[in-house]
Design a protein around this ligand. Structure first.
Ligand SMILES: NC(=O)C1=CN([C@@H]2O[C@H](COP(=O)(O)OP(=O)(O)OC[C@H]3O[C@@H](n4cnc5c(N)ncnc54)[C@H](O)[C@@H]3O)[C@@H](O)[C@H]2O)C=CC1
Ligand SMILES: N[C@@H](CC=O)C(=O)O
Ligand code: NA
Length: 435
């Protein structure tokens, strides 16, 4: 058998410890499939003495992860530290500049610096792989970049954050409290080091920006993702959605049209009402699902665990197996220099039905003010689905409605007309319907 692929592991948390487990438990099988063994040479984390349930005694310990890039006995550095900048980025840059391959699960870093890192990898002729960064164990990067490579991609969308899906499905299943469920997700190793990245949609936006680049051949443009999370969703919204035949899911969606100015890229992460019989309503817990629509293949649905130790480590090791086999495609599907700059698409003309929840002062005339704004903006109401119980002691009440299909610009105009109204005690929540 050929010489082993020698790797160094930076970060020994949920994913790092998982990679050691996978390589230890399935080492022989992996070596046969890869054509050579994958051997961990050196490791690094913040705390050397911490018990991680894995045996580190066979590996060299480096106090400074940057030292991996200088070691002659390392072929590939595996970065499982996290953070878009800081030590992870410094390590990535030094690794690629030094002519070693890089495997990472770090979507924040790829979303922010993927263009630069892809260029550096191409220049050095070394692999840069990041399957674990998008949808955890699901082969979403491979699915798009290899399986669907023959297609013009029309749209890509799905559930891209395991923590949010866990929170939403637990809340709908048990009526559990948001904060308690988030705490469980953190304990189970699903959440980011800063969980606001999960609940505010930023993590899903990182992943969507990467997928959009691969799907449409455009430069990664994380800053252009229209992003909102699930923190404004209340138990009342989930109950209301249920009665209407929907569940609430955080959905990332990207599509791209081209006009005389070049590609117009639409990228949005937002909670949506998904019809219960839709494929994206099924996934519960940390499950992710990615729908790829190609002009020849039609619709592909990739589904599986989007977070957690085993699934994420499985994706990291799959990348290492590819590298051991000598597979080194351009990191972003096309050579980085061929990726086109895009302009964000104007969403105003997009047509859909919307759920709008207003939180209002409990006084006469409020509903009339809201419906007048909707009328003036030409938003047609399909149903007024809740007029909350009269508030006690002046408590605000919830008024929710579903619109007929219409342009997003009209809903935006209605909300503009209502902006600053003393009738509204907080910003309205808009969720589009997917059915
Ligand atoms: N946990 C999950 O389900 C998934 C995580 N990821 C990504 O994988 C990466 C790692 O995530 P987790 O293993 O969950 O994180 P974690 O917090 O469990 O582990 C992080 C590791 O990096 C080390 N570390 C952090 N900052 C450091 C610093 N400044 N200097 C030295 N060491 C440092 C910690 O000591 C720890 O060993 C992140 O980029 C995350 O976004 C990707 C997909 C799924
Ligand atoms: N925090 C992320 C982990 C995987 O990417 C998530 O919850 O999906
Ligand atoms: Na993946």
């Amino acid at each position: 058998m050929a010489d082993s692929l020698r790797i160094a592991l930076a970060g020994l948390g949920t994913v790092g410890a998982g990679v050691i487990r996978v390589l230890t438990e399935n080492g022989d099988l992996i070596a046969r499939r890869a054509g050579r063994p994958i051997e961990i040479v050196a490791v690094n984390a913040r705390d050397r003495s911490k018990d991680r349930g894995v045996d580190l005694s066979g590996y060299a310990w480096e106090d400074d992860m940057a030292a991996f890039a200088d070691r002659d006995d390392v072929d590939v550095v595996v970065e499982l530290v996290g953070g878009s900048d800081g030590p992870a980025l410094a390590l990535a840059r030094k690794t690629l500049a030094g002519g070693k391959g890089l495997v990472t699960a770090n979507k924040a870093m790829i979303a922010h610096h993927g263009m630069e890192l892809a260029e550096a990898a191409e220049q050095a002729g070394v692999p840069l792989r990041y399957e674990a960064a998008v949808a955890g164990g699901i082969p979403a990067i491979k699915g798009l970049g290899e399986g669907a490579a023959a297609n013009r991609i029309e749209r890509i969308y799905g559930i891209l954050n395991g923590t949010c899906n866990y929170i939403l499905s637990q809340m709908e299943g048990s009526g559990a409290d948001f904060a308690d469920v988030l705490k469980d997700a953190q304990e189970l190793g699903y959440a980011e080091a800063d969980p606001t990245f999960d609940v505010e949609g930023v993590d899903a936006a990182h992943k969507l920006a990467i997928l959009a680049s691969l799907a449409f051949g455009t430069r990664i443009d994380f800053g252009a993702v229209d992003c909102s999370g699930i923190s404004a969703i209340r138990a009342a919204d989930i109950a209301q959605a249920d009665q209407l035949g929907f569940v609430i899911r955080l959905i990332g969606l990207a599509d791209c049209t081209t006009d005389e100015l070049g590609p117009r890229l639409f990228q949005r992460v937002a909670p949506c009402l998904v019809a219960k019989d839709h494929a994206l309503a099924g996934p519960k817990g940390p499950t992710n699902a990615v729908v790829i629509e190609g002009d020849h293949v039609g619709q592909l649905l990739l589904q599986g665990a989007g977070a957690g130790m085993g699934p994420t480590a499985s994706a990291v090791v799959a990348d290492l197996i590819d590298i051991a086999r000598g597979f080194n495609p351009p990191p972003l599907g096309l050579p980085a220099a061929m990726l086109q700059p895009s302009t964000p698409a104007d969403p105003a003309g997009r047509r859909n039905r919307a759920y709008i929840r207003f939180t209002v002062a409990d006084r006469p005339g409020v509903l009339a003010e809201i419906t007048a704004a909707l009328r003036d903006a030409e938003v047609s109401i399909e149903s007024l689905i809740q007029h909350g119980k009269p508030g006690e002691d002046g408590e605000p009440v919830l008024v929710a409605m579903v619109t007929h299909e219409g342009p997003e610009g009209s809903v935006a105009k209605a909300l503009d007309l209502l902006a600053g109204s003393p009738a509204l005690t907080e910003a309205p929540l808009v969720m589009r319907l997917i059915d």
